[in-house]
Ligand binder design. Structure first.
Ligand code: SF4
Length: 317
């Protein structure tokens, strides 16, 4: 059984001008011990999918799904209680995730005390040990510091140590390298890979950056207009993409695109989030669109564990 098992998830937010379909139909299976990348342009639904798993959707949002499970438990009922205990968040901006007026020692202690029944000295030792596990060279000095005295890379390691302190075994990393420079971002990705190997963690990596998918992820799911349109092992998705949207994303990458570069624009734009979509959402932008594409939902094409949605026959990919 996959740790995360999501089938046909939708998240709609009612507004006076009609429902915003933030997520229309996302299916996602994440096995234990893998880093699973979710990639797509802005507005594709990747962050809202992560927020739904964390139970942090906007007030009034409607969630529907055929399955929406974490380790067999229904996230519609259990997300709040699983957050922190089993599911942790590494956010894009570590400076915003840390309290600027409290020392790192105090912030680490608050997290450990909330999740573990340990005496004060043991909590301090645990905090230092977790900071050391994230590769921070002088944990005692870090504990005495305030966030503004640390670099962005060090702050992100503290945020990761806090996530570990909760005992969470599944982490949602939402663009964890976007606020960091290239080499520091690469170190954070290497750290996540090491923690997955050493501690048996599982990571959902939300990103707009194909380099992050290639460097850090085992499998990837491509989202378009709130739908998962392709999923599979990273090697297959990047080297033998099935969906024309994935191919367009890869073709739009300049060969020398700097690491961290946003996905280049593809001609046309994604459908407005309030619009209804009858067939394939990519049809208005797809160079291979056929009359059936705008009228009927595309079928699933399967090549082993690599799957995508498209009216084109499997051998056309
Ligand atoms: Fe293009 Fe049609 Fe495939 Fe959609 S279903 S990606 S429009 S070929």
């Amino acid at each position: 059984m996959p740790l995360i098992d999501i089938r046909d998830l939708s998240v709609s937010i009612p507004t006076p001008d009609g429902d915003v379909h933030a997520v229309r139909s996302v299916s996602l299976e994440i096995e234990r011990g893998e880093i699973h990348g979710v990639i797509g342009e802005s507005g594709c639904g990747k962050t809202m999918t992560g927020m739904a798993v964390l139970g942090l959707v906007p007030k009034g949002a409607r969630i529907t799904a055929e399955r929406f499970h974490f380790d067999g438990e229904d996230l519609r009922e259990k997300a709040q209680s699983l957050r922190g205990r089993h599911i942790g968040l590494i956010s894009q901006d570590p400076a915003a995730a840390l309290n600027p007026v409290l020392s790192i020692a105090r912030q680490m202690d608050d997290v450990i005390r909330a999740h573990r029944d340990l005496p004060r000295k043991a909590r301090r030792a645990e905090a230092a040990s977790l900071l050391a596990a994230t590769g921070l060279p002088d944990p005692e000095r870090v504990l005495k510091s305030y966030p503004h005295q640390l670099s962005g890379g060090m702050q992100q390691r503290v945020v990761i140590a806090q996530a570990l302190a909760t005992g969470a075994d599944f982490l949602i990393a939402d663009e964890p390298t976007t606020a960091l420079d290239v080499s520091v971002g690469a170190q954070v990705l290497a750290l996540l890979r090491r923690l997955v190997a050493e501690r048996g963690l599982t990571v959902l990596m939300i990103t707009h950056d194909m380099d992050v998918i290639a460097e850090a992820c085992d499998r990837a799911t491509v989202l378009y207009a709130g739908r998962s349109v392709e999923t599979g092992p990273v090697e297959a998705v990047l080297n033998r993409p099935g969906h024309p949207y994935t191919r367009a994303l890869l073709a739009a990458l300049p060969d020398a695109a700097p690491h961290g570069a946003r996905l280049a624009a593809i001609e046309g734009s994604i459908p407005p989030p309030r619009s209804a979509i009858a067939g394939c959402a990519f049809a208005p932008r797809c160079p291979q669109a056929m009359p059936v594409c705008a009228a009927e939902p595309p079928p699933e094409r399967v090549r082993g564990t690599h799957r995508w949605l498209c009216h084109l026959p499997e051998d056309a990919a």
